[in-house]
Write a protein that binds this ligand. Structure first.
Ligand SMILES: Cc1cc2nc3c(=O)[nH]c(=O)nc-3n(C[C@H](O)[C@H](O)[C@H](O)COP(=O)(O)O)c2cc1C
Length: 351
């Protein structure tokens, strides 16, 4: 049964409520100031398209793209796949890239701007996985090398101008070396147009809670560019509270939107002080998932597309009764018939 939608009045101090101003990143207007995070393996064209149709998202981001591979190995499968849809889809759209070499990053940025006309080039300074940090000295590894970060940003800004360049960081590499305030100043000084901060260190991975006080503490040190807070936002209420309680200009949502692509529309309504639209009905949610599946199969073919869709389907089931059973069955499907069979049998799961 669908609960009646909460109104937002209770979320606001009724006399002081006003929606946060649209965010501007260089010349790009991000309205509402709610961003869809880059997520490797998830935020490809199909997912972005589903999110976009619900609305409420001010800026969407691709999965991270390895800059070195992009420059040298265009024909390698990863890059066409990771840039799937980018050339033609609606704007604004940010493409996120990672590497530790300023020249490589600049070359890739310049191509993304000239060949793909992306709205924003975002740099990944937050990825904590070993393949990126220990092996490639990139992502969050660079938080310990602010000088190198500055060189990467400066080179990219010059190569991409007037397209804005942004940076996404964590609070630091380890809990005893939190240096987000210093890093923020390097990022701004090097010419970036916005800073997104995930309120954990690389050491934390995803444990504990995002530290929004530390995100907020960065704000006084940024003179010109907006600060976007990220970490653990999973409801319209959480987004409204983030704007009310912390000194941020925008918010970014990652994990919570994977199985709820309609979350942005709910958050946007809440920020505007409007009634929060209810979740789609179970049948509607099933149709959204099937549409997602059709987009994936269209791109990757039935066999690879079905395997890829297993993880997205599991996200849609998350938090629902019967999710565990659904997940174990969907993990074994190999073609469209099996996929549809499991979905029709087990999703929507009636309460
Ligand atoms: C599966 C997955 C993939 C991710 N991939 C990226 C990525 O490619 N680039 C990036 O900057 N962050 C990536 N992140 C981190 C998220 O963008 C975000 O910073 C983090 O999940 C915290 O936000 P949340 O609490 O809303 O999930 C990823 C996170 C997850 C769960």
């Amino acid at each position: 049964m669908i609960k009646s939608p909460p109104t937002c009045e209770a979320l606001f101090d009724s006399n002081t409520h006003h929606s946060p101003a649209p965010l501007t990143i260089g010349s790009v207007v991000v309205d509402p100031p709610i961003l869809q995070a880059p997520m490797a393996g998830f935020t490809n064209y199909a997912f972005r398209q589903i999110v976009r149709e619900f609305g409420g998202v001010g800026l969407q981001a691709t999965e991270m793209v390895n800059a070195r591979g992009f420059v040298w190995l265009d024909e390698r499968a990863e890059h066409p796949d990771r840039l799937w849809g980018v050339a033609d889809e609606a704007r604004p759209l940010a493409v996120q890239i990672w590497d530790n070499d300023p020249e490589t990053m600049a070359r890739v940025g310049s191509r993304l701007v000239s060949e793909h006309r992306v709205s924003i080039v975002d740099i990944n300074f937050g990825c904590p996985v070993k393949k990126v940090t220990q092996r490639a000295h990139s992502g969050s590894y660079l938080l310990s090398q602010p000088e190198r970060m500055g060189q990467i940003i400066e080179g990219l800004v010059a190569a991409c101008a007037p397209t804005p360049v942004t940076a996404k960081i964590r609070l630091g590499c380890t809990r005893d070396k939190i240096n987000a305030i210093d890093i923020a100043q390097v990022v701004e000084g090097a010419g970036a147009a916005a800073l997104t901060v995930h309120g954990r260190t690389a050491q934390d991975m995803f444990s504990g809670n995002a530290d929004w006080d530390r995100i907020s503490a960065i704000k006084p040190y940024l003179k010109k560019i907006p600060l976007i807070g990220n970490g653990d936002l999973d409801s319209p209420q959480a987004v409204v509270k983030a704007f009310a309680n912390y000194a941020i200009d925008g918010v970014m949502i990652a994990r919570a939107c994977l199985g709820r692509p309609w979350l942005f529309s709910q958050c946007a309504a809440a920020l505007r002080g409007l009634a929060i639209p209810p979740d789609p009905s179970p049948l509607e949610q099933r149709d959204i998932m099937l549409k997602h599946y059709a987009l994936i199969v269209d791109r990757f073919g039935e066999s690879k597309g079905t395997v890829l869709m297993r993880k997205y389907a599991s996200c849609y089931a998350q938090g629902k009764p019967g999710a565990r059973n659904f997940r174990s069955l969907i993990a074994k499907v190999g073609d469209a018939q099996e996929f549809h069979h499991v979905v029709n049998e087990h999703f929507p799961v009636t309460t």
